[in-house]
Write a protein that binds this ligand. Sequence first.
Ligand SMILES: Nc1nc2c(c(=O)[nH]1)N[C@H]1C(S)=C(S)[C@@H](COP(=O)(O)OP(=O)(O)OC[C@H]3O[C@@H](n4cnc5c(N)ncnc54)[C@H](O)[C@@H]3O)O[C@H]1N2
Ligand code: MOO
Length: 433
Amino acid sequence: MTTSQKNPAKTDLCHQPGLTRLEDALRIAFNDVAVRAPVIEAPLSDCYGAILRKDIVARVDVPSADNSAMDGYAFCHADLQEFVGASDAQIIVGGVSLAGHPFAGEIPRGQAIRIATGASIPDGADCIIIQENITANADETLLTIPQDVIAKTRLHQHIRRRGEDVATGMVVLPAGKRLRPQDIAVAAGQGYQSLPVARPLSVAVFSTGDELARPGDPLPAGGVYDSNRFAMIGMLRACGCRVTDLGLLADDFDVLKTALKDAAQTHDVILTSGGVSVGKADLLKPVVDSLGEIQAWKLAIKPGKPLMRGRIGDCVVIGLPGNPVSVMVSGLLYAVPLLLHMMGAADQVCAPVRLPATAGFDFRRGTGRREWLRARLVEDDGQWVARPYHSASSGMLSSMVWAEGLIEIAEDCGQVKKGDRVLYLPFGGLQAF
Ligand SMILES: Nc1nc2c(c(=O)[nH]1)N[C@H]1C(S)=C(S)[C@@H](COP(=O)(O)OP(=O)(O)OC[C@H]3O[C@@H](n4cnc5c(N)ncnc54)[C@H](O)[C@@H]3O)O[C@H]1N2
Ligand code: MOO
C-alpha cells in the first residue's frame, strides 16, 4: 500500500472528488519524502540561498564594547550638569578615541574626549554630543557648548551598548532558514568563515512531447519550441538545486524508461514537463509505475491539475503538466516547496507569501479547485488593487511575463466581486525567482 493510499485525500463539498487539495498533497509529500540533502560545511561566499541546517549561536557580543553611534565628543553626564548656568560652557578636550584606537584610561573630570563613530566609550564617559552642536577652537582643544544643548543632553545619548545587537550565546540564525545576504553578514559578524548548509539537491530535468523542438532547430509545421525546460531550470537554480539538463525526450515508452532509469540512479530528483494527463501519448505515469511507484496524481489546483509524484528507488520523480503556465504555477507551489523541504527548509520557508489585496475585477467560475490568476498589484486611491491578466488560459506563457504575482482563489469561491478582499502572492515571495 502506498502512503497516499494510507492517507486518503479529504473529500468535501469544497473540492472535486478524486483531486487532492494542495495543502494535503504537500503534507503527504513532506511525510513521504524525508529531508534528503546531507549537511556540508560551505564557505560563506557559497552560502547565499542555501538552507542552513544547524542553529548558529553567537560567539561574541556585538558591539563588543560600548561605542559611539556618532562623531562628536564624549562626556560624563554628571560633570556636564555642573556647567548648567547662564552662559555657554567652555570645556577642555582631554583626549581622542577613534575606531580601533581607544582612549586609554578614564575621562578626566570635567573634560571631554573627541570621539569617532564606532570608537570605544572611554571609562567614565556616558553620553555623546554630536560635533554639529558644539563649536571647537582651531586646534580642537577647547569646546564651546550652548546652554540649550547641555540641557537637552540625556544620559547614554548616542551610545551603543555592548551586546545590544547580538549577545553571546543567542541563536542568531535558526536551522531551516534560507540564507539571504543579511544572514550571511550576521554570521560573518560573529567570526564564522563557513556554515553548515544543505548540499544542493541534484535534479535531472527533461521535457517530453513529439511536437517539441529545441530552440535553435527549425520549427516543424504545428510544432512548439520547448520553453518549459527553461522555466524549470530557472526555478530549480533559483531555489538552490544543481541541475542536469537531459533535454527533450520523445513520447516513446522505451526511450522514457531508459532515460528515467539512468537519471534515477544518479540524481535526488527528476523533474519533467508534459505527458502526465490522460491522452494516448501521456506515458510518464506508466513509465514511473513500471520502474517504481506513483505516489500522487491530480491535485485540486488550476492550473496544474494532472501533476504527478512518484519514486524510482530513492529518486523522487515530479511530473509537471505540459501547459507552460501549469509548469510554472505547479512548479512554484508544489515542486519548489517540496525541494526546499528535502534540503531541510523550515515549513514557513517553503510556504509562499500571501498578501491581502483588493480585487480590481469581477470573476465567476466553477468551484472545486484552488485557482491562481496571473496578476499585478497597482496602487489605486490609497489601496493595493490586484488586477488579473485578460486571459486565464494555462497555455499563455505571455501572461507570466506580464504578471508580477498571482491572485489566489480558494477552492469554494465561485465569484469574486470588485472590492472583495483577495490574496496576492508576489513572485518575489515564492522562493524561485
Ligand atoms: N481529457 C483531458 N484532457 C486534458 C486534461 C484532462 O483532465 N482530461 N487535463 C488538461 C490539463 S489541465 C493539462 S495541464 C494538460 C496537461 O497535459 P500533459 O501534462 O500531458 O501535457 P501535454 O499534453 O504534453 O502538453 C500540454 C500542452 O503544453 C504544451 N507543451 C508541452 N510541453 C511543452 C514544452 N516543453 N514547452 C512548451 N510547450 C509545451 C503542449 O504542446 C500542449 O499544448 O492536459 C489537458 N488535457
Ligand atoms: O491544470 Mo491545466 O494545468 O489547467 O492547464
